[in-house]
Design a protein around this ligand. Sequence first.
Ligand SMILES: Nc1ncnc2c1ncn2[C@@H]1O[C@H](COP(=O)(O)OP(=O)(O)OP(=O)(O)O)[C@@H](O)[C@H]1O
Ligand SMILES: CC(=O)N[C@H]1[C@@H]2OC[C@@H](O2)[C@@H](O)[C@@H]1O[C@H](C)C(=O)O
Length: 373
Amino acid sequence: MLTVIGLMSGTSLDGVDAAVIHTDGERIAGAGPDISLPYAAALRQRARRILDHAPALSPDDPELKAVELEITRHHIDAVRRLHALVPDIDLIGFHGQTILHAPDRRMTWQIGDAAVLSRATGLAVVHDFRSADVSAGGEGAPLAPWFHAALLHDVPGPVAVLNIGGVANVTFIDADHTIHACDTGPGNALLDDWAMRHTGTACDTDGRLARAGTANRAIVERLLADPYFARPAPKSLDRQHFATALDRVAACTPADGAATLAAFTIEAVRRTPLPARPVRWYVCGGGRHNPVLMQGLQAALGVPVMEVDHLGWNGDALEAQCFGFLAARSVRGLPLSAPTITGGPGGLSGGRLTCAGLMPVPAWIYASSRRRP
Ligand SMILES: Nc1ncnc2c1ncn2[C@@H]1O[C@H](COP(=O)(O)OP(=O)(O)OP(=O)(O)O)[C@@H](O)[C@H]1O
Ligand SMILES: CC(=O)N[C@H]1[C@@H]2OC[C@@H](O2)[C@@H](O)[C@@H]1O[C@H](C)C(=O)O
């Protein structure tokens, strides 16, 4: 078993989540402490501008480099705090910040400097988890299903795990424990942008705005006419894929617009084609704190919908733990790709190892059964 710090900076751009996990990339022996370090509003805005302009940006763009360094600094800070609590860390799993995701153009771009993180912490870092799959023709996402399936190994299927982050993604585990996955559609990102526009807050806290409004069903149907929803899984999304949805609700009152965007997220989940009907849905990600989304999902799905916390999981640390787990998979050469998860070839591993902080490289890395893509 390795003791790994997993790091995630999600599409909501709210900050770094960091968590310690004990794992060999197949089983999970336990979890350690976790923390979240929020980005200040100014950094969120700068990161958001980078994300909005990413398709046209050069990798050497000075503002991109400055934001990348600032984001890396937050990750270093998060690792140092956890390392002080758990001294025997073997490895870091560093997702970075996705600023662009276009698998159809064989492109996925996560910023964050793994060499700087490794040097600053003295730890080996696995990063760039999605590129190998995308290069091989896969979606490069979602990757969390590997972790969800490991956590659910003794839970009878069919069940679904729904992650409501900026984008939402589902892991479906069938009765025979085969895994199917895809991004379902928007998560919180549109609601966050709408709330910022109308209330100046980073999200529709506790669904207060949406609860006061009425969803415009005609607009929801038009939004669901996006070709993404007709595509079969596996499939994945860029955070900005549905950005024009905000124009479609522009004439609504703030409350009705929020209710309509919440209904869009819910209806996209309901219409996601799955191999069988889950008997239960377990929800993780920040969207589970929004009661309008949770109650709407319960009504739409017609089977129990509960927070993953009911399973004893830590719903707020889950993605960070996941990238610790995936780092352990990576150094062991275990698959990160699968035809029914990312659409990439079965058996393909992923992630890149950087040991800039270590001289010599720890022996266990060579002792493990690493197979590089
Ligand atoms: N009390 C709350 N009420 C409403 N929404 C909330 C609340 N708490 C968190 N959220 C939502 O959760 C979001 C953060 O979720 P999360 O941390 O899962 O996102 P992420 O890690 O960026 O996502 P991704 O899975 O896309 O990488 C916030 O942007 C907000 O929309
Ligand atoms: C490209 C990218 O960063 N995708 C994220 C995003 O956030 C949610 C959804 O879109 C999912 O596909 C993925 O993250 C999770 C952790 C995943 O890979 O499973």
